[in-house]
Ligand binder design. Structure first.
Ligand SMILES: Nc1ncnc2c1ncn2[C@@H]1O[C@H](COP(=O)(O)OP(=O)(O)OP(=O)(O)O)[C@@H](O)[C@H]1O
Ligand SMILES: [Mg+2]
Length: 239
């Protein structure tokens, strides 16, 4: 049985059809990227599989007892006095899975320190979350998600607020997690920095227009012009 099975999924907002006849499965330990232009239904698809948006029709089946980690698309705490530090936000990611009131254990604090170091934000440990940049906040929320040891990590454009050098580091981290057994689904416009880690690509435009390997995707004439435009744009901005 697959980790996730999506069968004939359609999703509507009022009378507007955002997704139609979407069919795919995800196996354990896959590294899947979901691509598509703005408004093609990527976020809607993620919300539907997470149960945050009800389908109009179709069936979504998860393997039993799966632990999900989700990093949403837009997060920017503007309130500079928002009363939580990086340490508090990240540690409560693990506490959320414990029953009753518990203090963070030394093991949890050690794990947090390691994750913050991996994400290059250890120096921000005691800062208030509202004083951080968008990219820093994004990494804090990823750290929080990782504290709960998810079986599958689902991210909606996680690199959009990161500068080009950080993007590569970010994807290297995801590659490590994937090598340790974590299943990864990432929505991105940024395949350029992730070409060596993405195994499979789904290209969405209201329905699935392409589903295959990264290599097959690059050779796909109907879709690849779009991606090449983005890659050259990306290289341009990296210099
Ligand atoms: N809450 C909503 N109410 C009405 N229409 C919506 C809502 N959310 C999304 N839509 C519409 O559904 C379509 C798909 O939106 P979605 O956010 O899933 O696209 P996306 O692929 O994630 O785009 P982007 O790359 O800009 O994030 C768009 O046409 C959008 O306008
Ligand atoms: Mg989106």
């Amino acid at each position: 049985m697959s980790l996730l099975d999506v069968n004939q999924l359609s999703v509507k907002y009022e009378s507007f059809t955002a997704l139609k006849d979407v069919n795919f499965s995800v196996e354990r330990n896959e590294f899947l990227a979901i691509l598509g232009e703005n408004g093609s239904g990527k976020t809607t698809l993620i919300k539907a599989i997470l149960g945050l948006k009800d389908p109009h029709s179709g069936i979504i089946t998860w393997e039993k007892d799966i632990r999900l980690g989700y990093l949403p698309q837009h997060l920017n705490v503007q309130d500079r006095s928002f009363p939580a530090t990086v340490k508090e936000v990240v540690l409560t990611g693990a506490l959320a899975y414990q029953k009753g009131f518990k203090r963070p254990t030394p093991e949890m604090v050690q794990k947090m320190t390691q994750i913050l170091e991996d994400l290059s934000i250890a120096h921000l440990t005691c800062q208030r979350i509202g004083t951080l940049s968008g990219g820093q906040q994004q990494r804090v929320l990823l750290a929080r998600t990782l504290m709960s040891d998810p079986d599958i990590l689902i991210m909606d454009e996680p690199t959009s607020a990161l500068d080009p050098s950080m993007r590569k580091t970010f994807y290297d981290l995801l590659k490590d997690l994937n090598a340790k057994g974590m299943t990864i689904i990432v929505i991105t416009h940024d395949v350029g920095s992730a070409s060596d880690v993405i195994q499979r690509i789904i290209y969405l435009d209201q329905t699935i227009k392409f589903d295959g390997t990264f290599g097959e995707y690059c050779e796909n004439e109907a879709i690849s012009p779009y991606i090449h435009t983005h890659q050259s744009h990306h290289h341009g901005s990296a210099q």
